[in-house]
Ligand binder design. Structure first.
Ligand code: SAH
Ligand code: SF4
Ligand code: F3S
Length: 470
């Protein structure tokens, strides 16, 4: 103990861009460095090591990294003028895609390492110093098997909901997308490894898990008998963990929405009635050019099968406007599929040309002003659908997982089963419980509600341990 206290601690600051998997990865990097004396700091000015965990999905996301590196150079120069130093690392999908090019453009960088190298981070840091260290390999060893778990108190501090990567990489090669290149081929983690991590999280107080994967519903991990298990069965196994109250998963591909998974939505109360199922476009011509491998009719059919199994599901999606060759008629087909499916929410993007993807070499790139105009029209429609869905919740009583204090004094904040933010006046002791909340009003980004009858926490010890989360 004494030795630990005297050990010099270094400060780590990780800035995370991009998707939830990067959020999960940033935590795992912090966990990997904790045994090596690195403690997280929220103040970049205090950091000895800054890691940018980057996203390559669209040009804008990618370019942000280089402007941040410009600012970091100034910070490091100040440090050096004061006789101290700062180590700078670039991780994530830009690191994987650009590798050495990052150091060429920005010599301030000491470390460049891709998503499959995070378990090697302590070793990479040890090697940095004599020139930049670059590791963008796809190693043979199992990254997850080599990453240490978070300490219990670290998980407690991270809150009541947690991400858990169960699958990584993608074999689909949509013609617009960099993910198959930055994350590599599809890999599923073994069932027991997932269950063990989930149990650890739940023991530390996590009540809701979101399973992550670039194509999470293509999950096919091996169980202890060497049998391949799909996401539906994995959800069943996870739902057996006592104390785990809610399960979600993201992101799914329409072709991998199999009957077993759809059955899990019907049979598992813990599996939340919310599904993010991107379609990208409503036009068959564009879907084909995107190499999505499904038609509009296939997608509608998948939605129908899901709604037949469970009618009460809020659907969400992703859309790209302005893919090469997209005509006004194609775009109108996108507007119409969004209406037909009746999404409760959606993410919309202007097509961004990504180097190295087949889309970049296609003729008929759509002019920027056309993309801007289509995005605005789609957004307007999606916003009105989202408002209508929120409005339809008024008067309903929804179980809300109360997570934290709200913005206003006396208010607490949580999530509905449909992933909507809900605010209500309630005593702090209810943080870490699920309460029946009557929805009084639908705002732009959240719902306002009131607790109907307080369901008291199960035991005093639960209250105590949850109070420290707040
Ligand atoms: N694996 C998920 C999506 C990962 S990327 C899936 O298959 O659905 C998240 C979203 O970013 C995509 O669904 C897509 O809508 C958007 N996206 C990906 N590449 C893009 C590009 N080049 N330009 C604009 N949007 C893009
Ligand atoms: Fe990208 Fe398509 Fe794979 Fe999704 S399925 S990650 S959009 S290539
Ligand atoms: Fe971005 Fe990589 Fe995620 S490109 S969206 S951080 S998988």
């Amino acid at each position: 103990m004494e030795q630990k206290l005297t050990q010099a601690t270094k400060k780590l600051f990780i800035k995370t861009y991009g998707c939830q998997m990067n959020v999960y990865d940033s935590n795992r990097m912090a966990d990997a460095l904790a045994p090596h004396g690195y403690a997280p700091t929220a103040d970049i000015g205090q950091a000895d090591l800054v890691v940018l965990n980057t996203c390559h999905i669209r040009e804008k996301a990618s370019e942000k990294v280089f402007s941040e590196l410009g600012r970091l150079k100034e910070l490091r120069d100040e440090r050096r003028a004061g006789g101290q130093d700062l180590m700078i690392g670039v991780a994530g999908c830009v690191a994987q895609a650009e590798g050495e090019e990052i150091v060429r453009r920005s010599p301030v960088v000491d470390l460049v390492f891709g998503p499959q190298s995070y378990h090697r981070l302590p070793d990479l840091i040890a090697r940095a110093g004599q020139g930049a260290v670059i590791d963008t390999e796809f190693p043979a060893e199992d990254k997850f098997g080599h990453l240490p778990a978070a300490k219990k108190e670290v998980t407690v501090a991270r809150g009541l909901t947690a991400f858990l990567t169960v699958q990584e990489g993608c074999d689909k090669f949509c013609s617009f997308c960099v993910v198959p290149y930055t994350r590599g081929a599809e890999v599923s983690r073994p069932v027991e490894q997932v269950l063990a991590e989930a149990r650890g999280l739940v023991e530390a107080g996590v009540m809701e898990l979101t399973l992550l994967g670039q194509n999470v519903n293509a999950y096919h991990g091996l169980d202890s008998k060497g049998r391949s298990v799909g996401l539906g069965e994995l959800c069943h196994r996870l739902a057996e963990i006592p104390g785990l109250e809610r399960l979600r998963y993201t992101t799914s591909h329409p072709l991998d929405m199999n009957d077993e998974l759809i059955g899990a939505h019907r049979d598992l109360e813990k599996l939340m009635p919310y599904l993010h199922l991107p379609v990208q476009s409503g036009s068959d011509r564009i879907l084909e050019a995107m190499n999505r491998r499904h038609t509009r009719a296939n997608y509608i059919d998948a939605i129908q099968r899901i709604l037949n199994a469970k009618s009460d599901i809020a659907l969400s999606g992703d859309f790209i406007v302005g893919f090469p060759g997209e005509t006004e008629a194609d775009f109108e087909a996108t507007l119409s599929i969004a209406r037909e499916v009746g999404y409760a929410s959606a993410f919309t993007f202007k097509y961004s040309t990504r180097p190295g993807t087949p889309g970049a070499a296609m003729d008929e790139q759509v002019p920027e002003p056309v993309k801007v105009e289509r995005l605005a029209r789609l957004n307007e429609q999606i916003m009105s659908q989202t408002r209508a869905f929120a409005k339809s919740c008024e008067g309903r009583v929804l179980p809300v997982l109360i997570e934290k204090k709200g913005r206003n004094p006396g208010q607490l904040g949580g999530r509905s089963p449909y992933l909507q933010a809900v605010h209500m006046e309630a005593p702090e002791r209810l943080i870490g419980t699920i309460q029946p909340v009557e929805i009084l009003a639908a705002g732009n980004n959240s719902l306002l509600g009131k607790i109907v009858t307080v369901a008291e926490p199960k035991s005093a010890s639960v209250v105590e341990s949850q109070a420290s989360v707040a």
